[in-house]
Ligand binder design. Structure first.
Ligand SMILES: Cc1cc2nc3c(=O)[nH]c(=O)nc-3n(C[C@H](O)[C@H](O)[C@H](O)COP(=O)(O)OP(=O)(O)OC[C@H]3O[C@@H](n4cnc5c(N)ncnc54)[C@H](O)[C@@H]3O)c2cc1C
Length: 385
């Protein structure tokens, strides 16, 4: 479809091949991939760049080649390579091992900005500070239209990468959300620490990760059962002193690190639910298809991997190599095979990881059977693509 932009009565009408709702790492990756394949792409993003987001900012090596292909600017950065892992809880014992595949550290602030600039350079059209409010599928013409505040965007396909919590969720989906709610908190700090190591420190109610990112900084990010925040009178500082400081490593980190921003970036209402990769004629990717608990998986790699496979399938459909039905089933099958079981399992493991005595038992088990630890860690990292 030719890219078309017209304005009538203060409303902009845009037509394109693929409209992507949500320009986080999943939507941005898909936009770059599709644009490189020669399609006209519009990204609707309710925010703007650059910006901080709650995330541990550790990217599994499985995605690194794909990321560098999408965004060659990454090749010029000297990002920390993370090869070692350390786990602790409220007791004295700790567990350390090599990571196998490992990962890199980069802030979401920098990564999204690099992907955004690459997409813009290639000619992806952005509708920023604009929220998609409604998606309609016109069966006869096989065309979608998306309404934002001041635009109507028509597209041959719509991909939804609007993240974990979206105004576009159907009422039924929201009602079906079950399970515990979690709060996420992130800081950037400077700290004397081992650059090539990611550490996970468990405390009552959750766990905190620390690992290196660009420019000698570290990302300090934790996830905690929202009940703990309530118990601390809704004060993050009080919650940290009461619960996180029960782990001696966290107490040391929080009391000796130099905080680059004192006020943390926070999110609430985190929930690990599986949704559907294809629903109401739209294709879902990244967290909007289902989010995995950070303790058991790499959410960002799930986003990159789904962008990679979806772009390939969309290319086959738009170049008329496959039918729409085949596009639907092949993406649906890929997604369910790769991620559905892992997300369901992650919800249970997330729940268990709130209890220090279970983490202490795990540490004991890993110290006795290191090969078991390597197998568990292997499950959280996929294969390079
Ligand atoms: C505490 C915590 C730590 C984590 N640590 C890691 C880690 O270390 N490594 C890792 O790999 N993963 C980690 N994850 C998971 C990772 O952060 C997510 O998987 C990832 O952010 C998903 O990216 P996304 O692009 O799918 O969604 P998002 O980043 O949520 O992007 C969605 C975008 O859609 C936009 N949007 C929403 N609705 C609309 C709308 N209606 N119209 C227009 N725009 C809209 C939003 O503004 C947003 O920019 C962590 C998660 C948590 C909670």
């Amino acid at each position: 479809m030719e890219l078309g932009i017209q304005v009538h009565n203060n409303c902009q009408y845009v037509s394109c091949d693929v409209a992507i709702i949500g320009g986080g790492i999943s939507g941005l990756s898909l936009s770059v991939d599709l644009k490189k394949r020669g399609y006209n792409v519009v990204v609707i993003e309710k925010g703007n760049y650059p910006r901080h987001k709650v995330c541990g900012e550790y990217i599994s090596m499985e995605s690194y080649n794909y990321l560098k292909m999408l965004c060659p600017a990454l090749n010029n950065l000297h990002l920390p390579l993370i090869k070692n892992f350390k786990l602790s809880s409220t007791g004295k014992k700790e567990f350390s091992t090599e990571l196998g595949l490992g990962g890199i550290g980069i802030s979401r602030y920098l990564l999204e900005d690099l992907l955004f600039k690459e997409a813009q350079k290639l000619g992806v059209i952005f509708s920023l500070n604009n929220k998609a409010n409604e998606i309609n599928y016109h069966e006869g013409d096989e065309i979608y239209s998306i309404k934002t505040g001041n635009e109507v965007i028509s597209a041959q396909l719509v991909c939804n990468s609007s993240g974990r919590k979206s105004n576009l969720e159907t009422a039924g989906k929201i009602k079906n959300l079950k399970g515990t709610n979690y709060v996420g908190v992130k800081y950037h700090v400077k700290l004397n620490s081992q650059q090539d190591q990611i550490e996970i420190h468990n405390f009552p109610g959750g766990y905190c990760g620390i690992s290196s990112i660009e420019d000698g900084k570290s990302c300090l990010c934790y996830i905690v059962n929202s009940k703990k925040l309530k118990q601390a009178g809704n004060s993050i500082e009080q919650m940290e002193k009461t619960f996180l400081f029960e782990n001696k490593n966290l107490k040391r980190i929080f009391t000796t690190a130099e905080f680059i921003f004192r006020e943390p970036v926070t999110i609430s209402g985190i929930n690990f639910e599986i949704k559907k990769p294809v629903d109401q004629h739209s294709f879902f990717l990244g967290d909007s298809a289902g989010s995995i608990a950070p303790i058991t998986g790499n959410g960002m790699s799930q986003g990159f991997r789904s962008a990679f496979v979806l772009a390939e399938n969309i290319d086959r459909y738009l170049s008329k190599a496959i039918t729409k039905n085949l596009l639907n089933t092949s993406y649906d099958q890929f997604w369910n095979k790769e991620f559905a079981t892992r997300i369901k399992l992650s919800r249970h493991l997330q729940k268990l990881s709130e209890y220090p005595f279970l983490t202490r038992m795990t540490i004991g088990l890993f110290n006795s059977f290191p090969s078991l630890a390597n197998r568990v860690i292997g499950q959280t990292h996929g294969k390079p693509f």
